[in-house]
Design a protein around this ligand. Structure first.
Ligand code: DGY
Length: 349
């Protein structure tokens, strides 16, 4: 059990009038954690409940901003997902006793890191545990796009399957192809290992730094333009940071082969979506598989949903039973460690 004598003394803040919403954790003497939705995997929430008071948003849907701002007042920790923007306004609404943000994601572009650091708020995230699930989904999306699985199934179910036909539902194969990886971190490497097993000719990668892990799959570091020009498949696994925002713009798509397949399982904002729509509509590239879009969810009237050469998934990269449970446990462990003043299993530095 962790008590509030550690870290900042919340009680003294309340006494000084700095924080006014402490009733629940003050009464129990335990730390108070705000959880942003009711359907977070139970295993993590149970871990928290053993040591903390847990206040959970009532719905299995992202908490509305106004409710979020009200809900976090006076809490010691926030267990959130990529749906919640954690910015100055949220940190102010929480108050100076806030010690840690635990996000159930490896991506952290929804969190204002600078502001958290300035205030001494620690951040926990979930690297490693979702690498394999995300790599598997990336392969599934790549193959669904190149081998036209959604289109083919729709045809089969709606009478379009007239006979076996030599040119029917053909698409590019991975065997003998050149695959370009944009981003070669944990997920990029895991995708590259899987790609290699499909007997590809070459794997290229674009990354800020040379990666020793590239040797294992024989991946060659190239510049961005070379990767775009040479690749039959371009797979995006880079994080969203200011330098990668909309790196896939009109000019990038124009450099790609008109037979190329573009796959993004990272963040939608790496892509200028209008430029992608234009490239798909005008056969500047052959097809795209997207697990991430801007915005999310993608509005039903988005042109991307009308394009036969685009497969859109609802951001399910890490969605295996086991992975989501492990992510929840890790998020809880991060929070507990920070509240306890000890080393967090996965702290964002
Ligand atoms: C992440 O963790 O950042 C993924 O996008 C969702 O699991």
């Amino acid at each position: 059990m962790i008590y509030k004598t550690l870290a900042v003394s919340a009680a003294s803040l309340v006494r000084k009038g700095l924080v006014n919403n402490f009733s629940r954790n003050m009464s129990s003497g335990r730390f108070l954690v705000y959880v942003t939705r009711s359907d977070m995997p139970e295993c993590g929430i149970e871990l928290l409940k053993k040591q903390c008071e847990v206040k959970t948003w009532k719905d299995a849907a992202p908490v509305p901003r106004e409710e979020f701002l009200k809900g976090v007042a006076g809490v010691d920790a926030i267990y959130c997902s990529l749906n919640e923007k954690i910015d100055q306004e949220v940190l102010d609404a929480a108050g100076p006793q806030l010690k840690v943000i635990g996000t159930i994601s490896v991506g952290h572009d929804h969190i204002d890191l600078t502001e958290c650091r300035k205030r001494g708020i620690r951040i926990g995230y979930t690297p490693d545990v979702l690498t394999d699930a995300t790599a598997e989904l990336t392969m599934a999306l790549l193959l669904a796009t190149s081998r036209r699985l959604p289109e083919a199934q729709h045809d089969a179910k709606t009478g379009g399957w007239v006979s076996w036909a030599p040119q029917y539902m053909t698409g590019p194969g991975l065997n003998g192809a050149t695959v370009g990886m944009v981003g070669f971190g944990r997920i990029g490497q895991a995708v590259a290992r899987r790609v290699k097993s499909f007997n590809t000719a070459k794997i290229l990668y674009f990354s800020r730094s040379e990666r020793v892990e590239a040797k294992e799959v024989g991946a060659i570091k190239v510049n961005f333009e070379e990767l775009l020009r040479e690749s039959d498949f371009v797979i995006v696994c880079a994080p969203l940071v200011p330098e990668t925002k909309e790196m896939f713009n009109k000019s990038a798509f124009e450099k790609m082969k008109c037979s190329a397949v573009f796959v993004n399982t990272s963040r939608g904002a790496l892509v200028d979506q209008d430029a992608l729509i234009y490239a798909l509509e005008n056969n500047i590239i052959w097809g795209a598989g997207l697990d991430v879009t801007t915005p999310e969810p993608l509005p039903l009237d988005s042109p991307l949903f009308k394009l036969k050469n685009c497969v859109v998934l609802p951001h399910i990269g890490s969605a295996t039973f086991g992975t989501r449970n492990t992510m929840s446990e890790l998020t809880a462990s991060n929070i507990l460690a920070a509240l306890n003043g000890t080393k967090m299993p996965a702290e964002l530095k």
